[in-house]
Design a protein around this ligand. Sequence first.
Ligand code: ADP
Length: 488
Amino acid sequence: MPEQINKEMLALLDDADALYHNAPCGYVSFLANGTIVKINRTLLTWLGYTADEILYQKKFGDFLSKGGQIHYEMFFRPMLNVSGSVKELSYELVKSDGSAFHVLFSAIAIRGESNAVQAVNAIITDNTDRKHYEKEILLAKKLAEGEKKTFQFLADLIPEMIWTAKADGEIDYVNQRFIYYFNLPEKSFSLNVILSKIHSEDRNIFISTWKANVLSGQDLHIELKLLNKHEEYEWHLVKAVPYRNEENQITKWFGSCTNINEHKRALKKKDEFMSIASHELKTPITSLMGTLQLLDRMKNDPSPKMLPNLIERANKNIRKVNSLVGELLNVSQLNEGQLHLTKTTFNIAEMITNSCHHVRTEGIFDVVVKGDEKLKICADESRIEQVLINFVNNAVKYAPNSKQIVISFEQQAEQVKFCVTDKGPGIPLEKLPHLFDRYFRVDSSGSQYSGLGLGLYICAEIIKKHNGRYGVDSQLGDGTTFWFTLPC
Ligand code: ADP
């Protein structure tokens, strides 16, 4: 016998009564009618009673909660009758102080000669901890579901299309924006449907890139054209990053599709603009070079007949280059928000007369000015002059057969309205809303008239800066009126 175990200890271990009473579980025996006839100390302690208060005084059902009592009558008793035992039923026992605790309850029936249940031996284990864990798990699940819902709400709210894919690259979630953009059947889309939305020029390259990235675990970054629900292709930047678990294994991919159509269009426009601008600048420069060559050739023997013409031609071309460079400078000033106004109060009629001098001297057009000769306004005179010159020059350029150009101005309540009217060919209705856009030209082939499509854009910005309004009225075949207002 090992030394540590002495006789008294052995006696204690053999003491069935001590084992019964000190067991870490509750024991209770009751008669068929529920009257408790035996109970161990553990259960007495849990319940908060003495043996005398319970034995032959209380029935087992007295310790069950209301719901437990119904279950006990409807389920426990019939089951015990039929099968002779029950295992691990979950009940709540009510203590002497009214509080309750969760238990697991197993019991065996003791039958008499007629096979009827005479008594019940039951074992009760405290289930409070387990119930507690179960509650925590339920709570955690609820929290996780709540978070999932919040994520989905967020995911559906953002203006970007986002999606997730399984580790093998199969798309398993797309947000509402994605469904809406492609007009997909709600939540039941297949990979093939999504692939069919990729432009045929980009589809194969996307599939092979995506496959390679899924294998290598590298971020995806690809630009492609996607077909929207209006059956139009738009450029998108498709990005995806892998999500790795603690073992560094990829468990998910998070992806997005950003619409970069406007950006692509702007880049294309910029390229087109660069080529137009270079062409526009090249024409007067080439002409200027030709003139200078002629002047060079005749420098030792200048022809008095040709000289003034050549100088005038050179001047005209240099003015053209100067005005083009001026427009480009104006636009870059506007882009950097550096259009500063220097306001003074000036006489409007005088300003108009000065600004149209060049048209009058050419003698081709009849410039008519209508308005109160005394009317004054506080504005940036040189900028307003620039706007008027632009409108008048456009009338000269785009309405060459209009003999008369009318410049009018009048006070209307808190503002002065300026109009420049020609009797030219007019502008098609559908083009009118875009006239003041940057780079916009009605005849974009640009063959007939030269220009950068910047003049009206600059005018609009100058007027906006003065808190004025601007617009155009035009009738095909009848002529055009460009107008703007300035507050006074
Ligand atoms: P640009 O003259 O350099 O093309 P603008 O911004 O000044 O640029 O003008 C934009 C477009 O508006 C022009 O290309 C022209 O087609 C149209 N436009 C401007 N003024 C008139 C006008 N008086 N009559 C007809 N079309 C005009």
